[in-house]
Design a protein around this ligand. Structure first.
Ligand code: CXF
Ligand code: ZN
Length: 389
């Protein structure tokens, strides 16, 4: 690997040649290749990835054959790194800083970033784009034949080096173990944030989580931290209950064996009229309907986190909506503002309240990324952390 930087003069920054796992075709093994990573442009940062974890969205976009899928692409969006160089106009971080990349931008300047009520930046509206966010049709990656490689979720961490907009990096304390801190770059933040910020779960409340995959388990961890007294996990796999218990799940409903009753009826009976908060963590519109049907009239909130097929619709009965006064909310990145809320979660990890260790079921070398994909596909891991170098 060549370091492309010769001085602090930004114009002298050079492309870096390094290894990346390139997704060349939907569903096919990633190809470990040498690529070129261009220098950061104005308001951009080039970072060296320390470690990256696999999130289910990487699998979703690796398998997907229709837009917004595109190939060849460098996937990966849950990671931690060190700033290698910065472009013009970057004042927030300097070379050597430890940073978490985040797929959700936080420009700090637009009306939404300035409001405590939203995390949806309007300077860089969230989309699953193949390009850098600030410049049209612009990639920082090329393969050794000179062909463009596409970006993913503003991060593309399955590469030894990547380039991010400064709106997508959060400076963090370098003493935090990287294999734990990186989880806050996507999955754990998404689940914990959904309970803490989107739903604002209160002490003593009853929470239902549809789907006990890694995001559902992170919601359970968030609900536990918020003091929920009942955390009901719903899944079709009974083995998930034992796992769920480690994350604070107190009761389990197997939606496959509900004595011929709809799962919402079972939950309504268990909770005496519906839960305070229901979280849909699978990405199925029919499960969103189930979740909505078993949150309590008046104050019940249903929060959707799961990623459904592109274009899928949620169908709700309009008089149910009118008569029951329930809330249905979407939650991207758990409603968190990356730059202000991630440092709070990291502090809670350091003070042993937020338990991150139990999410890391596997650690491997970056080179073994295809084995890690297989583990996730087989449902054998919660988080697999891949170490570079
Ligand atoms: C997802 C949420 C929906 C769009 C892609 C990213 N979050 C994290 O993996
Ligand atoms: Zn993710």
């Amino acid at each position: 690997m060549e370091n492309g930087k010769s001085s602090s003069d930004k114009s002298s920054l050079k492309p870096i040649r390094c290894k990346a796992a390139v997704s060349r075709k939907a569903g096919e093994p990633l190809v470990m290749e040498e690529i070129l990573v261009a220098p950061p442009q104005s308001y951009e940062v080039r970072i060296r990835i320390i470690c990256t974890a696999l999130c289910h969205s990487d699998i979703t976009f690796w398998k997907l054959q229709v837009p917004p899928a595109c190939f060849p692409r460098i996937l990966g969006h849950e990671a931690i790194g060190v700033v290698e160089s910065v472009g013009e106009n970057v004042t927030e971080v300097v070379e050597g800083d430890t940073v978490l990349p985040t797929f959700m931008p936080d420009c700090g300047d637009c009306v939404d970033c300035k409001s405590p009520k939203s995390n949806l930046c309007s300077s860089f509206p969230f989309k699953v784009s193949p390009w850098m966010p600030r410049y049209e049709n612009s990639s920082r990656f090329t393969d050794l034949n000179g062909n463009t490689l596409f970006h993913f979720l503003n991060v593309s961490s399955f590469s030894e080096y990547t380039v991010l907009d400064v709106a997508n990096v959060v400076k963090i304390d370098s003493s935090i173990p990287p294999s734990r801190a990186c989880l806050l770059s996507c999955g754990v933040s998404t689940g914990v944030g959904a309970a803490w910020k989107t739903a604002q779960v209160e002490q003593g409340s009853t929470v239902v989580i549809f789907g006990l995959g890694s995001i559902g388990l992170a919601v359970a961890e968030g609900a536990r931290l918020c003091g929920a007294s009942r955390i009901i996990g719903v899944d079709i796999n009974p083995a998930k209950f034992e796992v769920g218990q480690k994350f604070g799940v107190t009761e389990f409903v197997n939606s496959k064996t509900c004595e011929n009753k709809p799962v919402s009826e079972v939950i309504n009976e268990m909770t005496g009229g519906g839960a305070d908060y229901c979280f849909e963590c699978v990405g199925s519109s029919s499960l969103v309907q189930d979740a909505y049907a078993c949150c309590r009239k008046g104050w019940g909130k249903t929060i959707t986190l799961g990623v459904d097929r592109p274009g899928s619709q949620i169908c709700l009965n309009s008089s149910d909506v009118l008569h029951n006064g329930k809330t249905l909310m979407g939650s991207l990145f758990g409603g968190l503002k990356a730059k202000s809320h991630i440092p709070i979660l990291l502090k809670r990890y350091m003070s042993k309240e937020l338990e991150l260790d139990k999410f890391v079921t596997h650690e491997m070398k970056f080179e073994d990324i295809n084995d890690a994909f297989q583990l996730l596909l087989d449902g054998k891991c919660i988080r697999c952390v891949l170490w570079m170098g």
